[in-house]
Design a protein. Structure first.
Length: 301
């Protein structure tokens, strides 16, 4: 007997297969943006501080005002199936909750107020994914993170962005597991996908399985990583892949770009961090400091 999740994925598959003749090539939209800017800046959870809370519309609008090209945001689903913008595991710090976000009903979440970085409650609430997407329609590229963790969650998100006619704005990143790649291949409409790569074999797997990719997010904690091999970088760029690096610092114990990060770039000079990422060939940089990176990019270009 088929599971309810399998039935749900099949439903979304049929919805996405409708009107294929009207499909647009979303990768071309992304490519034009790359050609215009050469280096794209992604705002990690928006640009926030003080009374502006991460992963909220004010943070996203602030990032756009500062010059971001891509807005990164996290998707979580409540126990009763509502989609919100929130990074689960951050419940205690941001909402003073003791359980995982996914264990609460939407009615409970909608009553809550965010806590700012000084430990005080604000007037800002957790926002629904659909409301945020509608507010950002035609304004920027958007990276929806953490929507790959469950099959039903993934297809529900894809169905929503298709219904909102926003497939040309949305970038999905995920580890390229066999299961997730299977979900991708079941979707008929064009989806902008960037696999999260920690080793070269993952790239080979995606290519061998004909996974459509607009780029590669390379995660490395050592500058001797094979992912930084000059020949490979050249090969991937010649194939048209955008190369995504993360200069943000979440935990010093787990560097995402071997120390070529925001902290070094701001304290030791851009040449010590951001410039080296650009020299390696990265064309997308995710940062917590949009304005400073944009100022440096503009000076270079």
């Amino acid at each position: 007997m088929e599971s309810s999740e399998t039935s749900l994925s099949e439903l979304f598959f049929h919805l996405l297969c409708e009107n294929e003749e009207n499909m647009i090539n979303n990768a071309e939209v992304f490519t034009r943006k790359m050609q215009q800017k050469r280096i794209l800046i992604c705002a990690h959870r928006g640009s926030f501080g003080g009374g502006i809370i991460e992963n909220t519309l004010p943070a996203f609008n602030n990032a756009l005002n500062l010059g971001a090209d891509i807005i990164e945001m996290d998707v979580s689903r409540t126990k009763d199936g509502e989609l919100f913008i929130f990074h689960d595991t951050e419940e205690k710090r941001m909402l003073n909750l003791d359980r995982n976000f996914t264990t609460y009903n939407s009615e409970e979440i909608e009553k809550l107020y965010y806590i700012n970085r000084y430990g005080f409650y604000t007037k800002q609430r957790v926002e629904k994914l659909e409301d945020v997407l509608k507010a950002l329609k035609n304004k920027a590229l958007i990276n929806l993170d953490r929507c790959y963790r469950e099959e039903s969650l993934f297809f529900e998100v894809i169905n929503m962005i298709d219904r909102l006619n926003m497939l040309d704005q949305i970038i999905i990143k995920a580890p390229p597991t066999k299961i997730f790649c299977g979900w991708l291949k079941s979707i008929s409409k064009p989806l902008m996908f960037i696999p999260i790569i920690t080793n070269v074999e993952q790239v080979k797997y995606c290519e061998a399985n004909n996974i459509d990719m607009i780029g590669l997010e390379l995660v490395f904690n050592d500058l001797r990583s094979p992912l930084l091999d000059d020949k490979l970088i050249t090969e991937w760029k010649n194939k048209g892949y955008a190369l995504w690096a993360n200069s943000l610092v979440i935990d010093d114990k787990y560097p995402l770009a071997a120390g070529l990060d925001d902290y070094v770039s701001i304290n030791d000079g851009e040449e010590a961090g951001w410039k080296k990422l650009i020299d390696y060939g990265f064309t997308i940089i995710q940062t917590d400091w949009v304005y400073l990176l944009k100022k440096y990019r503009d000076k270079l270009l």
